[in-house]
Design a protein. Structure first.
Length: 359
C-alpha cells in the first residue's frame, strides 16, 4: 500500500474517537440536524476504519505465515495462508481506495427526476410513463418515498412531462447517472402493422437544494400564474384555481404543480422544483466547461447525451457510456435497476481512481 494512502487511513481511527465523543454530548443530541450529520459521518468513518483494521490484521497474518515457511511441518499450511492473505490484501486495498474517493456532497440528497417525452409522439409519452414507473418501482425496493410534483398527461395515458421527488438515503448519488437521452425500440400498442418504432425521452436528475444554501429567488424575477388543474382528480378538479405555474423571468425556466389540493402547497412545490432547475442549470454549465477540457466516460448528464437504449424485441438494455448490455429488460422496467446503477457507479469510481493516479 502506498504511504500516502496509509497515512490517510490512519486518520480514520482518530476521527472515529472524535465522533464517538461528539455523539455522546447532550447539546449535539438535542440538535437533530447536527446529530444526523455527525451520525452519517460516523457510519462512513466506521466502515473505512473497520476495513482498514481488517487490512492491518491480514498484514500481520501474512507476516506470521511467511515466518512459518521455513518450518517443514508447517510449510504447506503456511503457504496456503500466504496465498489467502495476499489475495485478500489486494481486494481490501481496492475497497479502501474506493472508500477514500472524494464524495459529492449532493450524493446524500433527495432528488427530483424530470422525465420529458421527446421524438415519437404518443409512443414517447407512453415510454415516459414506463420510465416513471421503473423509477417508482426501484424506489419501493430500496425504501425511498416517491411524490409526483407535477404531471402533464398525454391523451393515451402517458406523460408529456412528469417530475418525481424521491426521498431517502443517497437518492441523488444512486440516480445521478440517469440524466440524458433514453431511447426505446418496440412495437407500439397503436401500431397495426407490427413494425418496430424508435422513440425517445429525456431524463434530468436534480439534487433537492439545501434550504440554507439554495439560490435566493428575487420575487421581482418571478411570474406566478394560477389555473385550474386538469386530468383525473374527481370532484375537486376544475372547481378552484389551485394549480400553480412559476416562471423565472431572467432564465425563462418554468415549474408548475397541480398535484396538491391547495394553491399554497402547489406554489411551495413549484418553487422547490424551480430552485432545483436553477441549481442544475448552474451545475450543467460548470460541467460543460469541464467537459471542454476533459470528457469523462459517464458524460456530463446533458439531455442531448444518448445514454441508453431499451430494445424490447430483443429484451435488451444497453448503456452506451460503459458498454453495458443486459438481457433482462422486462425485469429492469419493473424496477430491477440495481445492476445498472452499480455498474455506472463502479465506472465513475474507476475514472476518479485513474485521475488520482491510483489505477
Amino acid at each position: 500500500m502506498k504511504p500516502f494512502l496509509r497515512s490517510q487511513l490512519e486518520r480514520y481511527a482518530q476521527r472515529l474517537q472524535e465522533l464517538d465523543f461528539l455523539l455522546s454530548r447532550e447539546d449535539i443530541m438535542a440538535d437533530m440536524a447536527q446529530y444526523r450529520s455527525i451520525s452519517r459521518e460516523h457510519a462512513e468513518v466506521t466502515a473505512v476504519a473497520g476495513r482498514y483494521a481488517r487490512y492491518r490484521q491480514r498484514e500481520t497474518d501474512l507476516g506470521s505465515a511467511r515466518e512459518m515457511l521455513d518450518d517443514p511441518d508447517m510449510a504447506e499450511m503456511a503457504q496456503e495462508e500466504v496465498q489467502s492473505a495476499e489475495a485478500e490484501l489486494v481486494q481490501l486495498e481496492d475497497e479502501l481506495q474506493r472508500m477514500l474517493l472524494p464524495k459529492d456532497p449532493d450524493d446524500a440528497r433527495n432528488a427530483f427526476v424530470e422525465i420529458r417525452a421527446g421524438t415519437g409522439g404518443d409512443e414517447s409519452a407512453l415510454f415516459a410513463a414506463d420510465l416513471a414507473r421503473m423509477y417508482t418501482r426501484y424506489a419501493a425496493t430500496v425504501g425511498w418515498k416517491v411524490e409526483i410534483m407535477s404531471a402533464n398527461e398525454s391523451e393515451l395515458g402517458g406523460y408529456k412531462e412528469v417530475v418525481l421527488r424521491l426521498e431517502g438515503d443517497d437518492v441523488y448519488g444512486a440516480l445521478r447517472f440517469e440524466s440524458g437521452g433514453h431511447r426505446v425500440q418496440r412495437v407500439p400498442a397503436t401500431e397495426t402493422q407490427g413494425r418496430i418504432h424508435t422513440s425517445a425521452c429525456t431524463v434530468a436528475v436534480m439534487p433537492e437544494p439545501d434550504a440554507q444554501a439554495a439560490i435566493t429567488l428575487n420575487p421581482a424575477d418571478l411570474r406566478i400564474d394560477t389555473f385550474r388543474a386538469s386530468g383525473a382528480g374527481g370532484q375537486h378538479i376544475n372547481k378552484t384555481d389551485s394549480a400553480v405555474r412559476v416562471v423565472h423571468l431572467p432564465t425563462g425556466l418554468v415549474a408548475e404543480c397541480q398535484d396538491g389540493r391547495s394553491q399554497h402547497s402547489n406554489k411551495a412545490k413549484a418553487l422547490q422544483v424551480l430552485q432545483a432547475r436553477l441549481q442544475e442549470k448552474e451545475r450543467s454549465e460548470r460541467a460543460a466547461k469541464e467537459a471542454a477540457t476533459r470528457k469523462g466516460l459517464i458524460g456530463s448528464g446533458d439531455r442531448s447525451d444518448r445514454i441508453r437504449t431499451y430494445n424490447f424485441p430483443q429484451g435488451r438494455l444497453t448503456d452506451h457510456r460503459i458498454n453495458l448490455t443486459l438481457y433482462k429488460l422486462l425485469a429492469v422496467m419493473e424496477g430491477d435497476l440495481g445492476d445498472v446503477i452499480e455498474a455506472l457507479q463502479h465506472a465513475r469510481e474507476a475514472e476518479l481512481l485513474a485521475e488520482l493516479g491510483l489505477e
